[in-house]
Design a protein around this ligand. Sequence first.
Ligand SMILES: Nc1ncnc2c1ncn2[C@@H]1O[C@H](COP(=O)(O)OP(=O)(O)OP(=O)(O)O)[C@@H](O)[C@H]1O
Ligand SMILES: [Mn+2]
Length: 433
Amino acid sequence: MKLRQKFVFLVCISFVLYVSYKILEPEISGQSLQEQEQLEFRHLALKHNLKSQNPVNVENSSTHIKKEDVIQELIQKYRMDLSYPLNESPWRIASKWVTPREIIPESAPELGGILKALITRKIISADIGHKGTQLKMTLVLEGGQKVVFKPKRFERAHVIEGSPYSGEDRHNGEIAAFHLSRILELRRTPVAVGRMIDLNEEIKQIGRIRLLETFFNRDENTCFYGKCLYCHGPETGVCAKGSVLEGTLVLWLPEHYTLKLHKHPWARTYKEGKAAKWETDEDYCFKVTQMDLFREGPRLMDIIDTAVFDFLIGNADRHHYETFEKYNNSMIIMLDNGKSFGNPRVDEISILAPLYQCCSIRRKTWLRLLVLQDGILSEVLEVTLTQDPLNNIDPILTTLHLQALDRRLKIILDHVQQCFHKYGPNKVLIQNR
Ligand SMILES: Nc1ncnc2c1ncn2[C@@H]1O[C@H](COP(=O)(O)OP(=O)(O)OP(=O)(O)O)[C@@H](O)[C@H]1O
Ligand SMILES: [Mn+2]
């Protein structure tokens, strides 16, 4: 070929390649998106078609996705296979999962196998609970794994009245909170699963004396009152049915991640008639953002994520929070969710104060909430919870609590929307903190 012909030939080939690339471009760039982002894109498209609360700048809205398909996709994603085979110790796997920013990874098929180990492994030692105000036990399971056992204190339909932080811990709340944190893609909550424990068969032989000293019987049932700030003897104890006690096991975090306790800037005073600074100061969030800990880095956005999470579950008791001591960028560990799902009829709006006072939220969190609106959240969570062993005895959450989640989700989105009106989405949605 002559040089000129070669040149024309090359130009033609380049043109064809360019045109093909342009045609295929959406697919190609779509493929390079993370699986998570793809899902988000598709769900945004779904929302757009449903014409409900419209996210800003929706792209790809030509895709038609049915709400039912999204639900099925999410149910599939969060499904746990309890017979999933593990090729090393369940405790090793779970320990290796933990990073300064998450407790379990997005894709964790081994979770089913780990839950299975939690509910079947022999209890090799039992002691009073570690710190805190609530009755619990610290157990060690075969293979050396420490877990917290939070006993059942209420029937599922029991409604806690009174102050937003009233009542003893709800063991089922810990389970629901763990799965909710996965569905929100926050994953900062330790693994939790329901287990029935035979106090006579599984605890009495191996328990520490200081725990067993608190055991007693009431009407043929085995009971114990443990040691904690609010543990005052048999009147504050809990009783098994016969000797079998229902409760939640919470997997202990790896010991090499030492915890650091911080006072929560939006803590309550816990004194009736005495308001905290954040309750009266219009400019409170601005003042928080001037503090070293919150000026930069992820901490303030973590506080807001946690507020979203706590508002959904109805936990008004996060007076302190814990982080991993050795890491500046540590997540806020969403630990201790026992004070949740107390009253399905009350939406305790003050829990959301960090969000509406700062008028900001992580873009990623907000996108997730959009995906889950219009009843998707409750449906996905309800099905996910059926895989917990306790759900066979009694659904982990009553319908009223599931409905409350959808209602509260909408309230959160309404608040974000109000912030958009005030400051514009670009100021409100935070991308890189
Ligand atoms: N899964 C866990 N991994 C590591 N440490 C934990 C775990 N669960 C609890 N702890 C530690 O034990 C402390 C007490 O646990 P928790 O907060 O659940 O008890 P509580 O009685 O509800 O406490 P409070 O009355 O302060 O709310 C926590 O602050 C934390 O330091
Ligand atoms: Mn607590």
